[in-house]
Design a protein around this ligand. Structure first.
Ligand SMILES: *[C@@H]1O[C@H](CO)[C@@H](O)[C@H](O)[C@H]1NC(C)=O
Ligand SMILES: *[C@@H]1O[C@H](CO)[C@@H](O)[C@H](O)[C@H]1NC(C)=O
Ligand SMILES: *[C@@H]1O[C@H](CO)[C@@H](O)[C@H](O)[C@H]1NC(C)=O
Ligand SMILES: *[C@@H]1O[C@H](CO)[C@@H](O)[C@H](O)[C@H]1NC(C)=O
Ligand SMILES: *[C@@H]1O[C@H](CO)[C@@H](O)[C@H](O)[C@H]1NC(C)=O
Ligand SMILES: *[C@@H]1O[C@H](CO)[C@@H](O)[C@H](O)[C@H]1NC(C)=O
Length: 597
């Protein structure tokens, strides 16, 4: 069949291609077993062999020679064992080659010679320990080379010198300890260099001499203690610099003076204690700045000077306890997203920052120990608000900004919500309430319970109290499960505390007024006996009444009628008239809402 194909016209070839692609994992000679041969979403001829368990040789002989994309990978538990040798020459149109998770430990000499069409080569997640310039010979059109997650410990001078069209080089999570001078020789068009996750500790500027067009440099988690600013001098076109999760201890005021074109700068997870004045005066194009998770205790007045394009600022999880809002005046015009989470700022400090930053739409104030805010605290323009990991227990619609759309209020101390708050949350685009200690009694969650299946708000909510309902999802509660108010309002600790205190007071009383207390106890016993008798009487009457009603209500309307009745019954267990009245009111409003369902 393969032979006869060669004599067919183009339309017929396409037909055959279509037919053979129809046979998934097919037996067609153009598609090896355990591979799928279908067009990619861009309409390119593509073969994917993802089932795993392949060993050498890669069955390129059974593949359509006109494929444009070849993708070989394997699931973690069924890896391939492959080598990369010169077996791709007959693919005259091959543009993208992926051999991933396949235990490739080396690339043979001139492996890609004769495949000049290749534009993307991805050999990530293999066991390659070294690469040589001859490995890549002939890849004159290669734009992207991915060698992430290998074991490359050393690169020689000019290792990639045949890849003169290369735009993106990714060497993340290898074992590189240093880069020798001229490592990137002839990569004059390189735009993106990803080096994250290699144990460099230091980068030699000599390595960066040949890539003057670089736009993006990433070296996250490289153990860097400092950066030789000569590197920045060699890379004047950098727009994205990511040096997060290193061990940089200090930023000089002129650190970034050569980087006039930066758009995004990430320095999170380092160790510097301060930002000096005027550190960013040359970054007038900077839009995104992340300084989170350092040890910054102070932001001097002019630290953010000239950051007039800044849209997003993250200074979360530092040691800020006081910030002069004048420092923020330089970024006020364009700043839209601000993260202050995890600092020791007081509420009035946050308030004055918010007053200064008059365009902020997205605010993260998680991990701030906030427990209350006044109704006008958050400016109405805020649309996205993160209040997670605070200490809010009571919330109501008035505290939230008028334009709010997305709220994260996970991991607070919210034990219940009243009807107007639940209804307000239902009008928002997204609300996350996970990780709150819902108290599953009628006082706290009856308004929630009656709406629990009407939105996705409570899909993940579980009861924290009372202990018999602990971990029970709210959506699985039935009305009979829910105890009356007060039963669960106390935590076990509270109860213990109360009983301990009671014991102490009791002892003192007995010691001091031994005789009189005995008399008192006797008297009160007599009284209580009388009262109990009266209550028992009342309860029997109520039960009788309820039974007669129950028989008249149909099963279908059970919930709507039982709600208030249920309360009537449980009311007898609460002690004061006031509470009974409150319960009655609540019962009424709940009843009407439930009936309205
Ligand atoms: C800071 O911004 C001002 C006004 O845009 C500009 O004149 C000045 O040169 C900038 N400073 C530096 C050091 O670039
Ligand atoms: C809110 O902040 C917490 C803590 O910083 C973070 O884990 C979470 O992802 C944030 N939520 C959203 C929606 O961004
Ligand atoms: C949170 O609030 C509770 C009382 O509601 C209080 O006991 C606790 O100390 C507060 N936690 C913090 C971190 O402020
Ligand atoms: C919910 O609680 C808030 C504040 O306590 C109150 O203003 C509001 O009227 C309550 N809504 C309902 C329906 O009880
Ligand atoms: C919500 O739905 C679940 C399962 O669909 C059901 O068991 C539960 O009783 C419902 N809750 C209410 C209040 O209707
Ligand atoms: C519920 O939890 C799951 C898994 O933890 C999460 O993916 C989902 O987004 C959560 N849903 C809501 C509405 O919080």
């Amino acid at each position: 069949m393969l032979l006869s194909c060669r004599h067919l016209h183009l339309p017929n070839l396409i037909l055959i291609w279509l037919l053979s692609s129809g046979v998934a994992g097919g037996t067609s000679p153009l598609c090896p077993a355990s591979c799928t041969c279908i067009s990619s979403d861009k309409g390119k001829r593509k073969i994917s062999c993802l089932a795993g368990g392949l060993s050498d040789p890669i069955p390129t002989g059974q593949m359509d020679p006109r494929i444009e994309i070849l993708e070989i990978s394997a699931p973690e538990n069924k890896k391939n064992w492959l080598s990369v040798t010169s077996i791709f020459q007959h693919f005259k149109q091959l543009e993208e080659l992926y051999i991933i998770n396949s235990n490739v430990n080396q690339i043979s000499m001139h492996a890609f010679w004769g495949v000049p069409t290749l534009r993307v080569l991805d050999l990530s997640a293999n066991s390659i320990t070294t690469v040589f310039d001859h490995n890549f010979r002939g890849l004159v059109n290669l734009m992207e080379l991915n060698l992430d997650d290998n074991r490359i410990a050393q690169l020689s001078t000019g290792a990639f010198k045949h890849l003169t069209e290369l735009r993106t080089l990714s060497l993340q999570r290898n074992a590189l300890k240093n880069l020798v001078a001229r490592t990137f020789l002839k990569l004059v068009k390189l735009h993106v260099l990803k080096l994250s996750g290699n144990p460099f500790e230091e980068l030699d500027p000599e390595a960066f001499k040949d890539i003057p067009e670089l736009r993006t440099l990433e070296c996250r988690g490289c153990g860097l203690r400092r950066i030789n600013t000569q590197i920045y001098h060699l890379l004047p076109y950098l727009t994205h610099l990511d040096l997060g999760h290193n061990a940089i201890q200090f930023l000089y005021y002129d650190e970034f003076q050569d980087l006039h074109r930066l758009h995004s700068l990430k320095l999170d997870g380092n160790l510097f204690p301060v930002i000096l004045e005027n550190t960013f005066v040359h970054q007038q194009q900077l839009k995104f700045l992340c300084l989170a998770r350092n040890r910054i205790a102070k932001i001097p007045d002019t630290a953010l000077k000239n950051l007039t394009s800044l849209v997003e600022l993250d200074i979360g999880y530092n040691k800020l306890y006081k910030v002069e809002s004048v420092a923020f005046s330089y970024v006020a015009k364009n700043l839209q997203k601000l993260t202050l989470s995890g600092n020791n700022l007081k509420m009035d400090g946050v308030k004055s920052i918010l007053n200064t930053l008059y365009n902020v739409r997205e605010l993260n104030v998680a991990h701030m120990k906030f427990d209350k805010v006044s109704a006008d605290f958050f400016p109405d323009r805020i649309q996205i608000l993160n209040l997670s990991f605070n200490n809010f227990s009571e919330i109501y619609p008035e505290i939230f900004p008028k334009n709010l759309q997305i709220l994260d209020i996970t991991n607070n101390r919210i034990s219940g919500l009243n009807a107007s708050t639940v209804e307000y949350f239902q009008t928002l685009k997204s609300v996350n309430l996970d990780g709150n200690p819902w108290t599953c009694d009628l006082c706290h969650i009856s308004d929630v319970f009656s709406r629990v299946n009407k939105s996705r708000l409570f899909v993940n909510a579980t009861c924290a109290f009372p202990s018999v309902l602990k971990h029970k999802p709210l959506v699985k509660l039935s009305l009979e499960d829910i105890p009356a108010c007060g039963h669960s309002a106390y935590t076990e600790e509270d109860l213990e505390e109360t009983s301990r205190r009671g014991l102490f007071i009791g002892l003192v009383c007995i010691l001091t007024f031994a005789v009189s207390s005995i008399v008192f106890v006797v008297c009160s016993c007599v009284q209580r006996h009388k009262r109990n008798a009266a209550q028992r009487d009342k309860r029997t009457r109520a039960e009788r009444q309820e039974n007669s009603l129950d028989t008249t209500t149909s099963l279908k309307s059970q919930i709507s009628f039982q709600f208030p009745l249920d309360l009537t019954e449980k009311k007898l267990t609460v002690s004061t008239i006031d509470e009974i009245k409150r319960d009655e009111r609540q019962g009424m409003s709940n009843g009407s809402i439930v009936t309205g369902l």
